[in-house]
Design a binder for this molecule. Structure first.
Ligand code: HEM
Length: 403
């Protein structure tokens, strides 16, 4: 029997397949080149969404105030995970004026001045962790002995999460950021985390310290933030601070070690490190699939396609970072590249709140490693590194190195 003729536009299936190393997901890569504004079906949720992959189109969508995040709350939209990643009330799913109010509350903590103040502490911690790793090895798992503990210490310092509680928070993180966590299990983890941060904020309201949870507790007392908003904020900052940084910096170290010529040049020119970090951020596809979508509140032209009011739109920042219209030979790592700013931290109102922090941590960690481990190398062939599967953020399970 011949199948009935296809009606309507083509909808591409985008499954989540585990990808090794920095391999680029073939689906968005093909769409970037062939159909930069395309309809896709994702593993979870209902219906299809637009997927936008070109640099200029991604910037347009993410800077357009007519693209709403608040409208995504409570809807079974096309998604990579069975449960919604970001809680309602969170900064990632708010529109102005709520979004503006929430971002203002945390802006001083993540601003340049505070980051400069935190740099010294981060450098001392990195030096101590490097020394401990040197004493215990070789070999060593750098993700476990260096990158993980450093990002955890910084989160503990900045937010005020007691170091003794970090293991518990890490276990929740693993549950929440897994593609395999069911909707029910996701909800129960979120409840536990919410209870934990609500208690912590209550405690800090009584005994304030010099940390973000204390500041948020004070803002709540003054009516500037509600309890669900406070909890969502603390959860989002903790999870990003732990998971995003650990994964991306471990991957940065891996990329440097499999590009020894470029890394050797960097060793002789430490002033080139900030630029190298930005190129690594551009080059590394740090996520499996897309995060939170937006909903169009009007008919909007995107790359020659009309997105209708009420339709769901996902942007894929890693694809924009590989756009040949913007970057020369985009799939090649070039640590001295000096082209358009990358979109790894997003763009527009929802631009990553922790971008300065993440950059600072990456710079400190890479500078420390280049300085203290002049002969750092992978302890196994690159294709034997195990990469996380079924997780939102990509990164190595372990990073075995020698020196
Ligand atoms: C290298 C590591 C990181 C990367 C690549 C990254 C990337 C991103 C991206 C792509 C977004 C979403 C933009 C959007 O919604 O369109 C985002 C949002 C956000 N990130 Fe990061 N991030 C990193 C680290 C961090 C850290 C360390 C923190 C804080 C501790 C943080 C806090 C946030 C927050 C609060 C938002 C939501 C902002 C909003 O919706 O207004 N991120 N990040």
């Amino acid at each position: 029997m011949t199948p009935p003729p296809r009606r309507g536009p083509v909808v591409h299936d985008w499954a989540v397949v585990p990808l090794p190393g920095t391999a680029f997901d073939p689906v968005p890569h093909r769409l970037l080149h062939e159909e930069p504004v395309a309809r896709v079906r994702l593993p979870h949720g209902e219906g299809h969404a637009w997927l936008v992959t070109r640099y200029e189109d991604v910037r347009l969508v993410s800077a357009d105030p007519r693209m709403s995040r608040a409208l995504t709350v409570g809807r079974p939209l096309p998604s990579m995970t069975p449960h919604t990643l970001a809680p309602a009330g969170g900064v990632g799913r708010a529109d102005p004026p709520d979004h503006t109010r929430l971002r203002r509350l945390i802006a001083p903590t993540f601003g340049r001045r505070r980051m400069n103040a935190l740099r010294g502490h981060t450098e001392r911690t990195a030096a101590a962790l490097a020394l401990r790793t040197l004493d215990a090895g070789p070999p060593a798992d750098l993700a476990e002995s260096f990158v993980g503990p450093l990002s955890a210490t910084v989160v503990a310092e900045l937010l005020g999460v007691p170091a003794a509680d970090l293991d518990r928070v890490q276990a929740w993180r693993a549950g929440l950021l897994s593609h395999d966590t069911t909707a029910a299990a996701g909800e129960s983890v979120k409840k536990e985390i919410a209870g934990y941060f609500a208690d912590l904020a209550r405690h800090r309201a009584g005994q304030p310290a010099d940390d973000l949870v204390s500041e948020l507790a004070a803002a709540r007392a003054a009516g500037g933030i509600s309890t669900p908003e406070l909890v969502s904020m603390a959860v989002m900052l903790t999870l990003n601070g732990l998971d995003a940084v650990r994964n991306i910096v471990s991957t940065m170290v891996y990329v440097l070690l499999v590009h020894p010529d470029q890394t050797a040049k960097l060793r002789t020119d430490p002033g080139g490190l900030p630029r190298a970090v930005d190129e690594l951020l551009r080059y590394i596809p740090q996520r499996n699939g897309v995060g939170m979508p937006r909903i169009a509140t009007a008919d909007i032209e995107v790359g020659g396609v009309t997105v209708r009011e009420g339709e769901t739109v996902h942007v894929f920042y890693p694809a924009a970072n590989r756009d040949p219209a913007v970057y020369t030979d985009p799939d090649r790592l070039d640590l001295s590249r000096d082209e358009a700013p990358h979109l790894a931290f997003g763009h527009g109102a929802h631009y990553c709140a922790g971008a300065q922090l993440a950059r600072m941590e990456a710079e400190v960690m890479l500078a420390t490693l280049l300085d203290r481990f002049p002969r750092l190398a992978l302890a196994v062939p690159p294709d034997e590194i195990a990469w996380r599967a079924g997780t939102v953020n990509r990164g190595p399970e372990t990073l075995p190195v020698t020196w």
